[in-house]
Design a protein around this ligand. Sequence first.
Ligand code: G3I
Ligand code: 9MR
Length: 569
Amino acid sequence: MYRPTLLAGAAFLAAGAAHAAAGIEVNQLGFLPAAQKLAVVPAGANDRFKVVDAASGKAVFEGTLGPAATWDASGEAVRIADFSGLRTAGAYRVAVSGQPDSPVFTIGADAYRALDVGAIRAYTLQRASIALDARIAGPYARPLGHPDDKVLVHESAASGTRPAGTVIKSPKGWYDAGDYNKYIVNSGISTYTLLAAYEHFPAWFDKLALNVPETGNGVPDILNEVLWNLDWMATMQDPEDGGVYHKLTNKSFDGMVMPDRATAPRYVVQKTTAAALDFAAVMATASRVLAPFDTKAPGRSQRYLAASERAWRWAVNNPAALYRQPADIRTGTYGDEKVDDEFSWAASELYIATGKDEYRTRALAAAPGVQTEPGWADVRPLGWISLAQQRARLKKPDDADEARRQILAAADKLLARWQASPARLSLAKSDFVWGSNAVVLNQAMMLVQAYRLTHKADYLNAAQSALDYTLGRNPLGMSYVTGFGAHPAMHPHHRPSEADGIAAPVPGWLVGGPNPGQQDAKDCRVAYASKLPALSYLDIACSYASNEVAINWNAPLVYVAAALQSLER
Ligand code: G3I
Ligand code: 9MR
């Protein structure tokens, strides 16, 4: 049914090399029937647009384009086509006379089901310490890599009972990103976001069949997937003092090889305050979300909570153990110089779990300014999300009021930007950092919280726009999710995708996205076509600063797809 337009095809082929105009930009997966449906149209001579049936070419909707305005992040003059009134299931294109049609998209009740399945299964395919056979992984089947059963304690992490060189076991977990290392800080927000997705939308996930190795064991598949990483995280706590290693890593990044070919020695490196607090927050959250499934693993949630409190105690006693990359280690740092937000987040989850005053005080401590969205180094909003959600379980339920105020302040700021933006996006020009596609989806996650608290439609509409952007409503006309949409990213910085001999990348991954920082320029022989924030992207595997994948970036994709499927009625 899909009829590729010449211009869109050319833009796709040229992606990475040069920027060709995207033409009419639209979410290439499509929409749920009741959703707000917007396309972004290059400003031209015509004021009218049509939506046409993809098969017959017959117009099913007509409208007038909004006023032209230039988006500062792309330098392009655009107009909005609003066809929210079209609610009939089908396959369509947006058409404006004098311009090539948009890619085909659908309207349907299951618009994001396959996307959500794919985005979670990306984690399954990203598991360390497991062989993936064809029944689980299809063409992406691969032998076991990184057993992590003989991991060395690095000198930076040495303790009395575990001197440097001690061999420990720390298997399982997900590889962080395009690289094969495992980092607690980034696991923190990633694991929490997936747990929150289940906690907020259990009906959706209870029915979502993911075909993971544990499928059928009585635990929802998304939680089975999360447990693979929780099992690893639990091994990262030093049993002697409750401190948590910052990362488990090679000394240097591996080459672009499959996991089983990457056999360099692995180390646990330095215990840090951020790692202890992110661990404490996730374990306390897991103890809450997984408690109903304790029958499958007696005592598990209690163990999580005990581990969480020990890590908290370590952090209180070591409040300024910031990560300092040792001279012989060259992999990712996830260095965070400010840990107040980690203290608040961990305290929030522990207050919910225990009702203790010590945690309550830290959980509610004054927040400087409005934090619009979470990120790996900015986790305070995660605590607000939990406190608002768990009002009924709080020792003092009114404590949720402050969380609600914080969430609405953040969402209102995002909403104002969305309303004023020529491209109808909550992203500010300055939000185009390394991983900008996750910034916009984390903003959507905050907007979804505001919608859950108020049921005000515009919060959900702004979240919809964020997902639309990542799935094709952007000035490059690309879907930034591998394997989904008419023009998806094809060459992510992702070792298995590069090394597996399969032309298509591993599906279901959100790539980092446009990043004018271009920190990879020295390692890429192809030059970026533009420095403009929304255009500064290369669909080439060398581009780790714009085209890597990462577990923390996929997590809000999982969350937002589930939210729209669950709330868009
Ligand atoms: O927040 C500042 C912003 O205030 C400033 O205006 C802007 C200007 O450059 O920079 C912003 O910070 C950037 C930060 O990401 C945003 O989160 C830094 O420049 C940028 O260097 C930093 O990049 C991080 C990158 O590692 C390099 O350290 C990414 O967040 C982080 O996601 C990425 O993580 C890597 C791991 O280290 C290794 N594994 C792969 C993973 C994904 O690429
Ligand atoms: O593959 C690495 C990626 O996961 C990181 O995000 C990135 C930045 O730390 O670094 C990548 O590794 C590159 C290294 O930094 C420089 N030489 C080329 C490596 C990629 O092949």
